[in-house]
Design a protein around this ligand. Structure first.
Ligand SMILES: *Cc1c(COP(=O)(O)O)cnc(C)c1O
Length: 375
């Protein structure tokens, strides 16, 4: 028996009838671009995330790019973010000619450390080389960053705050839904994310009417009153109607899937807490559990034992962004962000999805426990 890291086939069996008829309906009406399912999905997502505006788009990366473009970010601007995230978070800042300024993470949540953020903003202001413009906080592995504190810092320094919720959509922070955090939140519907479609997709959420209008224009080539009236430079950032139809079917089972993910995470933590460092989720938050990642000095031994048992495990992330060749021009050294560097040496993710059976999970737990113990 092999255990998949993420089981999209098991999920497909649950939504199969609905997805097939939803796709059929799109094939019948033929409105492949901005068809009725797109608006329907946006309304449902706004309700789910408790926000005024949802703007669906072509990927989680474009969902980060569009708000940065709407804020007019460009050369000479500093955008503060974490180096312990997927490349897209910082890539979009560079695409606009601005500079990502990294802030180290908290060793337990793996999210941006607010105290370090305040220090880096002060230092950037003192140096006067870049203009501080905004913050992209990342909700790593499904757990929201510490928004109460980060929102205060953003307000104090007059910075915009984008929540990169690519991994956390479906989670909550102190009774607020992920999506309603920050000035604007971005998510991804990449197939492996908690809410995924069958291709690329994403969405942006905000309560800000003006920002929402600007992003709707940016999404379709900077359109004005109609598509041949272009009032600004934009992108081709639309979500396909077919993907919206898939997401509508999957959104219906999403609340149940989130509960199942939480049950899987609890079982892992109960079984593994004595052997490896397990994730800590404050009781004021609910993680969307995009990943279940643990830390151990014996990572190599545990991963090789898992491999021998036919169980996949993945390192998120083996190399923090400040050490990536893509950002070599920024001139960082690996130990500039000591916590990110240290965590990247010890962290790894275990199979995590809503359809993971207790028996399969207990097999994973047994292999990890034994290898971590060194017996
Ligand atoms: C997946 C991901 C993205 C990018 O999403 P895509 O849909 O793949 O473009 C951005 N940020 C984080 C933290 C992610 O995990």
């Amino acid at each position: 028996m092999s255990i998949p890291f993420i089981d999209l086939k098991a999920q497909f069996r649950v939504v199969e009838d609905e997805v097939r008829s939803a796709i059929d309906r799109v094939l019948e009406h033929g409105q492949y671009i901005m068809g009725p399912e797109v608006g329907e999905l946006e309304a449902k997502l706004s309700e789910f995330a408790q926000v005024k505006h949802t703007i669906s788009c072509s990927s989680g990366t474009d969902a980060l790019l569009m708000p940065l473009m709407a804020y007019g970010v460009g050369p000479g601007d500093a955008v503060f973010t974490t180096p312990f995230t997927f490349i897209a978070t910082a890539e979009v800042i560079c695409l606009l000619g601005a500079t990502p300024v990294f802030v180290d993470i908290d060793p337990h949540s793996f999210n941006m450390d607010p105290a370090a953020l305040a220090e880096v903003i002060d230092r950037t202001k003192r140096e006067k080389k870049l203009t501080p413009r905004g913050i992209i906080a990342v909700d790593l592995f499904g757990l929201a960053a510490d928004y109460d504190v980060i929102e205060d810092i953003a307000k104090t320094h007059d910075l915009f705050l984008i929540a990169d919720a690519a991994q956390s959509f479906g989670g909550t922070y102190k009774d607020r839904r992920v999506g309603s955090l920050g000035d604007v939140a971005s998510t991804s519907f990449f197939p492996a994310k908690p809410l995924g479609c069958y291709g690329d997709g994403g969405a942006v959420f905000t309560d800000d009417d003006e920002l929402a209008d600007t992003m709707r224009s940016i999404r379709i080539h900077g359109k004005g009153d109609n598509k041949y009236d272009n009032v600004r430079v934009g992108i081709n950032g639309r979500l396909d109607t077919l993907q919206a139809a898939v997401l509508l079917a999957k959104l219906r089972i999403f609340p149940d899937e989130l509960l199942a993910r939480d049950r899987v995470a609890t079982r892992y933590t109960d079984g593994l807490a004595d052997f490896v460092e397990t994730p800590k989720v404050s009781n004021q938050c609910a993680s969307a559990w995009a990943q279940y990642c643990v830390l151990s000095e014996r990572r190599d031994a545990i991963q090789s034992a898992l491999k021998d048992a036919g169980i996949p495990s993945v390192v998120y992330y083996p190399k923090p962004l400040h050490a990536q060749g893509a950002f070599a021009d920024l001139g960082y050294k690996l130990d500039d962000f000591a916590i990110s560097a240290k965590v990247s040496e010890r962290i790894f993710g275990l199979p995590m999805h809503p359809y993971l059976e207790p028996e399969a999970q207990d097999q994973v737990i047994a292999v990890v426990a034994q290898a971590a113990d060194g017996r």
